[in-house]
Write a protein of this length. Structure first.
Length: 111
């Protein structure tokens, strides 16, 4: 269940978008029944350091990192969700910002 190929096509699309823009901020993501149904603007970030891009290349299947598993669970538990901004680092969800500060969430502390 924690593999890329086992996710819905909507989740696969969001995961691929994050892999293609590994340092970015994605705005206006709408979820219905726990699945991302629309993705707004993607703002890629430019790193000013000599940080190497560690995001894995796209493939047909791979084991999802803990941050993805936690983010997917977070969205599915809420069902209908509107994310103002999703910060992405190394192709992984890092920070979710919503209109409700009580459900904002950082995913970097997850192991």
């Amino acid at each position: 269940m924690n593999r890329f190929k086992n996710q819905t096509i909507e989740w696969q699309r969001l995961i691929q978008v994050c892999q293609l823009a590994p340092y970015s901020k994605i705005s206006d993501i709408e979820f219905k029944n726990g699945n991302p149904i629309s993705i707004g603007n993607i703002e890629e970030r430019v790193l000013l350091t000599k940080h190497k891009n560690t995001a894995k290349p796209l493939s047909d299947d791979f084991e999802l990192k803990t941050q993805w598993i936690t983010f997917i669970d977070y969205a599915k538990k809420r069902g209908e969700l509107s994310i103002q901004a999703l910060s992405v680092q190394d192709g992984l969800p890092n920070l979710v910002e919503t209109k409700r500060p009580d459900i904002n969430r950082m995913f970097t502390q997850v192991k």
